[in-house]
Design a protein around this ligand. Structure first.
Ligand SMILES: [Zn+2]
Length: 356
């Protein structure tokens, strides 16, 4: 009989060896933290905020304005997810309602991709968007993962045929926003090892297990475009899709002076690495944009402010209903000069690019 087969008869050994097999359903498990630490509610941000990444298409401007006034939000950039006339109408509706409070970013329209004149068609569409006040164009993760050309081949982000579109954006002085790929966990199986298990269980269509190419290759294609078009300003949405690896984001920002990043929907990631995140914000204060990417809501915005402004510990992050992972976050108490840039000045400089 080896020592490991012996039943622990020592009280201490028994105590530190005990394990439990429990069958509480994960969905029912809702532990309440007993931690007693300082907690601050930040009702209003230190400076007026520009939310550079949100989606308001289905909302009434007056309802959004009420939330904005109550939350200290000066302006929201609505990234319309509509295309064609519907997109132009949506932009008009918001700009008419409150020209100084709303701005718009257009959505790349792939209709007509099979047409030989698709690039010219897109350049014309871009011009029309800008005539209706668009201050940017967004490429979504369908490019690189699902959009196919006329011959049925997966379209690469760095396909040279698309190059005139990125050049046109520089000519029109509008940034190009990229949301290509998603968190690393979305590219791994939805199982008990997945740190976003419940989120992916709620949204199985968000998973990329069957992705035709690995995440790293999609990002490489995107980076090649950023490198190839130095006169075009790019915004990497959601921390350029690498919020789990801020060293990688730093490298991109060092390499590409024409790149900005937004923090939308990634406070969960930033706030679980507060030391690294704080250093990142201090170093790249001129290149980081505030964004929410969540339905405008007073409490949601307050969590963003609490994260950016306070040194509070272990509190919930702003999120959609299915949450992003079972962890809490820590505030990064940014100094005023950094807050001012992240809250509004960086966004203002991008919004003013195209001012004619
Ligand atoms: Zn978004």
């Amino acid at each position: 009989m080896g020592p490991q087969d012996e039943k622990p008869n020592d009280m201490f050994v028994a105590m530190v060896s005990a394990k439990a097999e429990v069958d509480c359903r994960l969905s029912d498990f809702a532990p309440r933290s007993q931690l007693k630490v300082a907690a601050h509610t930040v009702d209003r941000p230190r400076f007026p905020v520009i939310d550079y990444h949100n989606h308001l298409d289905s909302l009434a401007p007056e309802d959004v304005l009420r939330v904005m006034d109550a939350s200290g939000i000066e302006k929201i950039v609505n990234i319309t997810m509509r295309t064609g006339q519907a997109a132009l109408d949506t932009m008009d509706r918001f700009h008419r309602a409150a020209p100084s409070r709303f701005a718009s970013i257009g959505w790349m329209d792939w209709t007509g991709i099979e047409r030989p004149d698709f690039i010219q068609l897109t350049l014309d569409r871009l011009e029309r968007c800008v005539e209706h006040g668009a201050c940017g164009i967004k490429f979504w993760k369908d490019l690189g993962l699902t959009v196919r050309d006329a011959s049925g081949n997966l379209l690469r982000i760095d396909d040279v045929r698309l190059a005139p579109i990125f050049d046109k954006a520089a000519e029109l002085r509008i940034p190009v926003m990229f949301h290509t790929t998603d968190p690393d966990a979305f590219f791994t199986p939805i199982d008990r090892f997945n740190e976003r298990y419940e989120e992916l269980a709620a949204h199985p269509d968000w998973a990329f297990q069957a992705s035709p190419i690995p995440k790293a290759l999609v990002l490489e294609q995107r980076n090649r475009v950023i490198a190839r078009h130095p006169k075009t300003i790019f915004v990497g949405a959601h921390l350029a899709e690498s919020s789990e690896d801020l060293a990688a984001v730093s490298k991109l920002l060092d390499l590409y002076p024409n790149l900005y990043v937004d923090i939308s929907a990634r406070v969960s990631e930033l706030g679980r690495q507060p030391y690294t995140a704080r250093k990142f914000f201090l170093k790249y204060a001129d290149r980081i944009l505030f964004g929410a990417d969540l339905l405008p809501d007073v409490e949601m915005y307050r969590l963003y402010y609490r994260f950016l402004e306070t040194a509070d510990e272990y509190f919930e992050y702003p999120s959609h209903a299915s949450r992003q992972g079972r962890w809490n976050i820590y505030g990064i108490f940014l100094p005023d000069d950094v807050l001012l840039k992240v809250y509004r000045e960086n966004a203002l400089s991008l919004l003013r690019l195209g001012a004619r």
